[in-house]
Design a protein around this ligand. Structure first.
Ligand code: EPS
Length: 394
């Protein structure tokens, strides 16, 4: 089974990702991984930290001469900011005598729950691992998943749909939206609305406040038949929701037009089935993907998409009402350097998680210890899909 784990703190020495279950002989494209890391760092609305960090992957295990060895793969990224935090975040030693514990939790953050759960008196112990810096690790896993998926013709992309109450407009193809988003400061496809979104972020920054928004992630070229209706753990939609909801700040996930489906008639919602022997990938095809390309927990073929809603960041310059847990006195929540709006960057993490879920589904369906074996099983499935083609001219 393909799985990943991340470790590391926001201002500690670095973040690592351990990936288990990759086949041997998968070529690891390091420039591509670095490109994904840099996409995660780009996006208007970030705070000062992004000027310090320039994330770059180091391979610490499981790869030789550019190819996986079939064992666990360990990827790491150093935190450049660690040099400014080396005393406070030193894995050795003890707190310096001048150190003051953080005792005022931010509403909306893991601070208070984490303090109670782990019996900490210093919220720094919570802040560090609960930080969205951890998404570096998710993007490392996602970049490897994308590299694996490329072999099977799957492309993963995404775009921001809204920031605050401003929504991108325009009926465009998936490709067009994704490619426009790629060159946009906010990773969105509507350049007119983007200006308004940027103004809004600036306004909110002035007010000492923060903003959320929504984004969409899409995979193209997915084979039908991934996942299963049989059990909750096997459903592609439940797995997708699990991984997308696990991105910090995400409060809502819908597969396709999930919420709108509740307001539509069956005749308006369901993606009707057509047959064309010349249709690429699979001759039973859909013209719409309102279901997100997943029916009964199984991929329908070609597109898979989901939408996520991200809450505003809980670290506000204008401190919300809180309580000093040591003094038991009402005080405004503490501010420390933070982002204003992280939606464009969360979108990149969303892509990573969609890629991850699909990579696990391809791994399960096609098995194999080496890329050669996966390829053989995949080709066999493609031949089976081909058998549904029936040409009138014989
Ligand atoms: C984060 C707060 C900010 C972000 C950080 C996530 O960090 P700092 O407190 O050091 O300024 O920049 O995100 C990253 C560093 C990153 O690479 O994504 C938080 O509180 O979650």
């Amino acid at each position: 089974m393909l799985e990943f784990h991340t470790a590391g703190e926001s201002h500690g020495p670095g973040i690592i990702t351990l990936i288990r279950g990759l086949p041997a002989n998968l070529e690891i494209d390091i420039p591509f991984i670095n490109q994904e890391l840099s996409r995660r760092q780009s996006g208007f609305g970030s705070g000062g930290r992004m000027k310090i960090e320039k994330d770059e992957v180091e391979i610490l295990g499981g790869v030789r001469w550019g190819k996986t060895l079939g064992g666990p793969v360990v990827l790491g990224v150093k935190n450049r900011d660690y040099e400014n935090w080396s005393t406070i975040m030193d894995p050795r030693g003890s707190a310096p005598s001048s150190y003051k514990e953080i005792t005022v939790p931010r509403p909306g953050h893991a601070d208070l729950g984490g303090m109670v759960k782990y019996r900490f008196s210093d919220l720094r112990n919570v802040i560090e691992r609960a930080s969205a810096r951890e998404t570096v690790g998710k993007c490392l896993a996602g970049a490897v998943a994308k590299i694996f998926l490329r072999h099977w013709g799957v492309k993963v992309g995404g775009f921001v749909e809204s920031i605050g109450e401003i929504s991108a407009q325009g009926e465009l193809s998936w490709e067009e939206k994704i490619s426009r988003a790629e060159s946009s400061l906010l990773h969105t496809y509507d350049s007119e609305r983007e200006k308004e979104m940027i103004e809004l972020i600036e306004e909110v920054r002035e007010e000492g406040d923060t903003l959320g928004g929504t984004f969409v992630v899409v995979a193209q070229g997915v084979v039908p038949g991934l996942g299963s209706y049989s059990e909750i753990q096997e459903r592609l939609d439940s797995r997708l929701a699990f991984f997308l909801m696990g991105i910090p700040g995400i409060k809502g996930v819908e597969v396709g037009e999930g919420f709108r489906s509740a307001t539509l008639r069956g005749s308006q919602f369901h993606d009707e089935i057509f047959y064309d022997p010349h249709h690429p990938l699979f001759p039973f095809y859909r013209q719409t993907f309102r279901s997100g390309g997943i029916e009964g927990g199984i991929s329908a073929g070609d597109i898979i998409w989901a939408r996520c809603a991200m809450k505003p960041i809980p670290t506000l310059r204008r401190g919300l009402v809180s309580v000093d847990v040591k003094e038991k006195k009402a005080v405004p929540a503490r501010f420390e350097r933070s982002d204003i709006c992280a939606v464009p960057r969360a979108m990149v993490v969303g892509e990573a998680m969609l890629a991850w879920v699909l990579a696990t589904a391809y791994r399960e369906k096609f098995g194999g210890d080496s890329m050669e074996e996966v390829e053989a099983h995949f080709q066999n499935y493609l031949s089976y899909l081909e058998s549904f083609r029936c040409f009138e001219d014989g």
